[in-house]
Write a protein that binds this ligand. Structure first.
Ligand code: ADP
Length: 338
């Protein structure tokens, strides 16, 4: 530990770009590790403002706000990827420390670039192409149309069966850069969290099954019930990717499992992820603690489960939606260990 602290210069204050729920959930781990969190977020009412030592009010892609953040932090990390790399790179050149680095993030922020990166490294990914001028296509099979940036929770992802559907959607997207990929008739969706430390140590969490409804994650089941060879394949993909990207931090990787047992990467999230929330209750080290450990230059913690298995249910937006899911929460709380 002494060696790591010397090498990292004992990080005490972590700046986080983004003040949503993922930043908010870093609070317990920060307290445990004696780290202060400073948050850059657009609104005083954003979740993580409540747990921050200090807040810099500013848009996620506003590099001037990030400069203010950097002035009072030892290292900067991300809770979402909607940043402007070009303007951040000026700060990096001035010595601001981003973890993961901007070089690591560069191929990931645009979904098309990300697919190219995976394909070029022979990592399995669905077939895809960039839709340059909107003039598609003889559609014979269903396709998946995605906005190349700023998608989350299925926003910006459209599963389309006919050329008419495509035409209608294109009209609403106002010339945004788009990615088209093959529709994968997957048998199941999987995900895995993995972290890499400053010294290159990698830990991979259990592979989970995720269940989406309308492209939004509703359930995560841990561990996924899979043949050993598939588990190994997913874990190898995670290691290869984090090594290749020289990640310092924690990443979420979403995958498709086809009926033939083939694994394809759907998406790489360069941060904590909703498929990793189960780690708070069910693992030795939560994904949030792992993120802080990695970006502070500390040794990583064990990703092992502390129980036989776990299920995460996503009660999406319950603070703001009309229902507060009281019935469901009652039912869930009756499950032993919930
Ligand atoms: P987001 O970035 O918003 O999470 P994703 O690209 O991960 O969007 O897509 C959300 C969901 O849409 C996936 O979990 C999956 O259920 C479905 N999906 C995305 N791409 C494909 C595809 N190529 N084939 C089949 N389903 C897909």
């Amino acid at each position: 530990v002494a060696l790591c602290l010397t090498r990292s210069g004992a990080v005490k204050r972590v700046g986080v770009i983004g003040g949503g729920q993922l930043a908010w959930m870093m609070a317990d781990a920060a307290k445990k590790l004696g780290i202060e969190l400073v948050i850059q977020t657009p609104s005083q009412t954003d979740p993580a403002v409540a747990i921050a030592t200090q807040t810099i009010l500013g848009a996620i892609d506003d590099a001037d706000s990030t400069a203010d953040l950097a002035a009072i932090c030892d290292v900067i990390t991300f809770e979402n990827e909607f940043v402007d790399l070009e303007s951040l790179s000026k700060l990096e050149k001035q010595g601001v420390c981003f973890r993961p680095s901007l070089e690591t993030l560069k191929p990931l922020l645009d979904k098309y670039d990300q697919r190219c990166y995976l394909r070029d490294r022979q990592l399995p990914t669905p077939n895809f192409f960039a839709l340059e001028d909107g003039s598609l296509l003889q559609m014979t099979d269903p396709i998946v149309l995605k906005t190349r940036r700023h998608g989350y929770d299925g926003q910006g992802t459209f599963i389309l069966k006919t050329a008419e559907e495509l035409e209608a959607i294109l009209k609403t997207l106002n010339g945004q850069p788009l990615l088209v990929e093959e529709f994968v008739p997957f048998e199941r969706e999987l995900a895995v969290m993995a972290a890499r430390s400053l010294t290159g140590e990698i830990v991979v969490y259990p592979v989970v099954e995720t269940q989406q409804e309308n492209q939004v994650c509703h359930r995560v089941i841990v561990p996924a019930d899979l043949p050993t060879a598939t588990l190994l394949e997913v874990k190898t993909i995670a290691r290869t990717l984090l090594e290749s990207l020289q990640v310092v931090g924690i990443f979420g990787i979403e995958l498709f499992l086809t009926r033939e047992g083939k694994v394809l990467i759907n998406e790489v999230a360069p941060r904590t992820h909703n498929s990793g929330h189960y780690t708070i209750d069910a693992c030795v080290t939560s994904q949030f603690e792992q993120q802080i450990r990695a970006v502070c230059g500390l040794p990583l913690g064990s990703p092992a489960l502390t129980c036989d298995g776990a299920v995460m249910i996503n009660l999406l937006g319950y603070e703001h939606s009309e229902s507060d899911y009281l019935d469901k929460r009652h039912q869930l709380s009756e499950i032993p260990g919930a």
